[in-house]
Design a protein around this ligand. Structure first.
Ligand code: HPA
Length: 285
């Protein structure tokens, strides 16, 4: 390889690792002991982080190199504490590729979690439903994903110390965690479906033709988040589980045009059941 290109790659990797070290050191200082499990609270669930006990928190804007919020006054927060007794690190708010972030920025939080020693990532999100078994309000445990964002957070030089150049994605969502989630739902008397998520970049919702295509490709639900986080987490060897809340019928499956307020309202309506499932699941892993 050309030595100038080699130098540039080495410089890029050194910058990323020094950024992660600086961010990790501030996070440790402010949060204290870091739990082994982190949970990303998607649309409508952020409020869970406000009810944690013995909590220490940190505004993400204080974390060096953390992607800056694009929504004024809506920066995220990291909270380490007890959620119904279970010690977890809750991430309130996430970074979406459609906001204009680079893939490196989108997965910076996941890389930071790994640098802090987190071993298990539980993500939650809002999705539209494609499969006819599903309807708004349903909870869906992701079993696999279709990356239709046409980008990959691992593109670029690979840090072989962090993870392999070509990571295996044959079980992106951990089978043991899935079994625990399904058993938890059964014991709690809550319905939990399983399904494949198709992830698109957004921010426009899909067209009915795109939804028909996704259905033929095997997607049960569709969303604009989670996919890059799961790829980066698997690369780093984290175990991943994801639970989606269906907030709407995907485009073309209902007569109503899609609207963001429908999504946030449906997520809020499901919040009670979702929180109960999540807390019980976290207590078992
Ligand atoms: N499409 C994409 N992302 C979404 C949807 C949808 O219908 N609902 C919630 N997030």
């Amino acid at each position: 390889m050309d030595h100038r290109l080699r130098r540039r790659i080495d410089d890029l990797m050194a910058a990323l690792s020094s950024h992660l070290e600086e961010a990790a050191s501030l996070s440790r200082e402010r949060l204290g002991a870091i739990p082994p499990v982190a949970v990303v609270l998607g649309s409508g669930l952020g409020i869970l982080a406000d009810h944690m006990q013995e909590a220490r928190d940190l505004a993400v804007e204080d974390i060096p190199h953390y992607p800056p919020s694009t929504v004024h006054g809506h920066a995220g927060r990291w909270v380490a504490g007890r959620l119904d007794g279970t010690f977890v690190l809750a991430l309130k708010g996430r970074v979406h590729a459609y906001e204009g972030y680079s893939q490196d920025q989108v997965v910076f939080p996941v890389r930071l979690l790994a640098a802090l020693g987190v071993k298990t990532l539980v993500t939650t999100n809002a999705v539209g439903c494609i499969d006819r078994r599903l309807r708004p309000g349903d909870l869906v445990l992701l079993e696999d994903q279709l990356n239709l964002m046409f980008r990959n957070p691992l593109r670029g030089p690979n840090d072989d110390a962090a993870g392999p150049r070509f990571p295996d994605m044959s079980a992106a969502y951990d089978r043991d965690l899935m079994a625990v989630a399904l058993e938890t739902a059964r014991q709690e008397g809550l319905e939990l479906h399983t399904g494949v998520m198709g992830g698109l970049l957004g921010p426009s919702y899909e067209t009915p033709a795109e939804i028909r295509m996704l259905a033929r490709c095997g997607a049960d639900v569709v969303g604009m988040s989670t996919i890059p986080e799961t790829i980066a987490a698997r690369h780093l060897g984290l175990r991943v589980a994801a639970i989606s809340c269906v907030t709407n019928f995907a485009a073309g499956l209902s007569a109503r045009p899609l609207d963001h307020s429908e999504v946030t309202e449906a997520a809020e309506m499901a919040r009670g059941r979702f929180s109960r499932l999540l807390a019980a699941f976290l207590a078992r892993i």
